[in-house]
Design a protein around this ligand. Structure first.
Ligand code: 3UK
Length: 511
């Protein structure tokens, strides 16, 4: 356990933003984005203006403010602006569809939404179905009728703001977690959680320092990206490169060449595709991977080509960030590494008894960056947050040297490009297609040994099992669900393997 000794009145925006100014780093570059540099003093001014402007809309302590934003200098201002007045920002995944946002906004009862103009078209179709949302603030582009323009919103507000008198244990921000089937769960993080993750993984594993430049291809809406691109650099007055574009090899290599970051954060799928593309890593001292297991092969090829290690570590939305990790110089390819100082782990059987060393079991983790609860999901909260311990629903095995190896999930959920995909959701979508009688979705591995969804489909009578239909089915899922969820392979079958009681035998399809 790492002691934080935070004062009784504590506000994370004061800690991550104002403290940098108090400690003399006001002129240091906090954010680099679209060829512009923003100092800590400028970010602080933006934070204060956003906070005051939200207050002007009657946003009070504990009210939720949803953020649907691309990575840019607006993000830290909106995020910490809300936190500074004691309101609670919710970082929403920008890759989802309108109906997902309808759920997030109604489930959370967010009072205000700060949305990027480029994403507004996803909000438009649901705007009359929102039961609690009162204000929509649009950043960049044109301001649609009925919305408030972000620039005017902040320009009209004071640049002076004192932090709300929150405590270390007050709600600070939410993320939606989808690590089990069923609806995503609003995961409530407290004011001290980011501090704990920064003091442990951030400082003790990454060794993040004031002169570092962090660049996370994983976006800020992802718990992983939020640490990498925001609160790790801000915890020490370092610089963050924020890239609004889609993270593909071309944009990532270009951004690295342009800003020469010292720390680079990606997910395995992106490392795999970057290996197939031109580009160099000059200036990068360390690469980090999380979100899903990094295949040993990618680690080796990367080291060979770029001369830099990729440090794989496992984190979760519930724990805020990484709690088991490799460390620079001692990475074991194919392993998630060792427990991060400040955290504890156990591998247990179904009765929560520790398994003998070398045997597979469920991973429980303990650490002070864990979420307090899931919003409105009491049963899920109780089955996941077991007092000090948190059930990750991951299967792990420990070797003699204390390295943890990822074996798989205890449920059927898939990690695709580092993001959750529920096979049940993809099946429910496919079954709505007129040609589909029955279907089952499981994870299959691609050439790079990374997991992608695969669908087994039983067709209704009269439909031809040809390539055109495969294409149609893929397109159908793409346009209905978030793009990354579509099945990369479709196999037509005559029937699906079932138990005597009619339950789908997914494990047979996986084999
Ligand atoms: C899986 C991994 C093997 C694992 C995350 C870093 O991924 C993050 O959060 P999510 O809530 O998912 C958590 C689950 O993803 N996983 C993550 N990393 C690894 N499996 N090796 C890995 N290195 O199933 C875990 O339970 O989306 C990652 C930091 C913060 C995060 N939130």
């Amino acid at each position: 356990h790492v002691e934080l000794n935070l004062p009784e009145t504590f506000n994370a925006a004061d800690y991550f933003v104002d403290r940098n100014i108090r400690e003399g780093r006001g002129d240091k570059t906090a954010v680099l984005c679209r060829n512009k540099a923003f100092t800590y003093a400028q970010i602080q001014e933006g934070v204060n203006r956003v906070g005051n402007a939200l207050k002007g809309l009657d946003i009070e302590m504990e009210n939720r403010v949803a953020l649907l934003l691309l990575d840019s200098e607006v993000y830290p201002q909106a995020f910490f602006g809300a936190i500074k007045i004691g309101a609670v920002p919710i970082c929403l995944n920008t890759l989802m569809k309108s109906k997902d946002y309808l759920y997030f906004l109604n489930d959370s009862r967010a009072k205000a939404l700060i949305i990027d103009a480029d994403l507004y078209e996803k909000f438009e179709p649901i705007k009359d179905k929102l039961r609690f949302l009162k204000h929509v603030i649009v950043a960049g582009g044109e301001t649609p009728a009925g919305a408030i323009g972000f620039d005017a919103f902040v320009a009209g507000a004071s640049a002076e703001l004192e932090a709300a008198p929150t405590t270390p244990d007050d709600a600070c921000f939410w993320l939606y977690s989808s690590g089990s089937t069923g609806q995503p769960k609003g995961t409530i993080h407290l004011q001290h959680d980011m501090v704990y993750a920064a003091e442990t993984y951030g400082k003790l594993v990454l060794g993040v320092k004031e002169d570092d430049i962090c660049f996370s291809a994983a976006k800020l809406f992802f718990a992983y990206g939020l640490g990498n691109g925001l609160y790790f650099p801000f915890s020490v007055g370092a610089t963050s490169v924020l890239m609004p574009e889609r993270p593909v090899p071309e944009s990532v290599y270009r951004t690295i060449a342009h800003y020469r970051p010292s720390l680079y954060f990606g997910v395995p799928t992106l490392y795999g595709s970057m290996l197939q593309d031109e580009g160099s890593l000059d200036g990068v001292r360390l690469c980090v991977s999380a979100g899903e297991a990094l295949p040993a092969e990618i680690f080796k090829r990367w080291l060979e080509r770029h001369g830099v290690e990729i440090i794989d570590g496992i984190g979760s939305t519930e724990l805020s960030h990484i709690f088991i990790s490799n460390v620079p110089g001692k990475a074991k390819p194919g392993s998630s590494g060792k427990i991060v100082p400040g955290y504890d782990a156990r591998i247990v059987d179904e009765n929560f008894q520790d398994v003998p060393k070398g045997e597979v079991g469920t991973l429980l983790v303990k650490g002070d960056s864990a979420a307090a609860a899931y919003w409105n999901k009491h049963q899920k909260t109780k089955s996941t947050m077991l007092g000090d311990w948190l059930n990750t629903d991951d299967k792990y095995v420990l070797d003699d040297e204390g390295y943890f190896y990822y074996i798989g999930r205890t449920n059927d959920m898939l990690k695709v490009g580092g993001i959750w995909v529920s096979p049940v959701e993809v099946e429910a979508c496919l079954i709505e297609h007129p040609a589909v009688l029955e279907c089952a979705v499981v994870g299959a591995t691609d050439d790079e040994n990374l997991v992608k969804p695969k669908a087994f489909v039983v067709l209704k009578r009269g439909y031809n099992p040809d390539d055109q239909l495969k294409k149609d089915l893929k397109e159908y899922v793409k346009k209905t669900l978030a793009h990354y969820k579509y099945p990369r392979w479709i196999e037509f079958v005559d029937d699906l393997p079932k138990t005597a009681t009619g339950k789908l035998k997914r494990f047979e399809l996986r084999a």
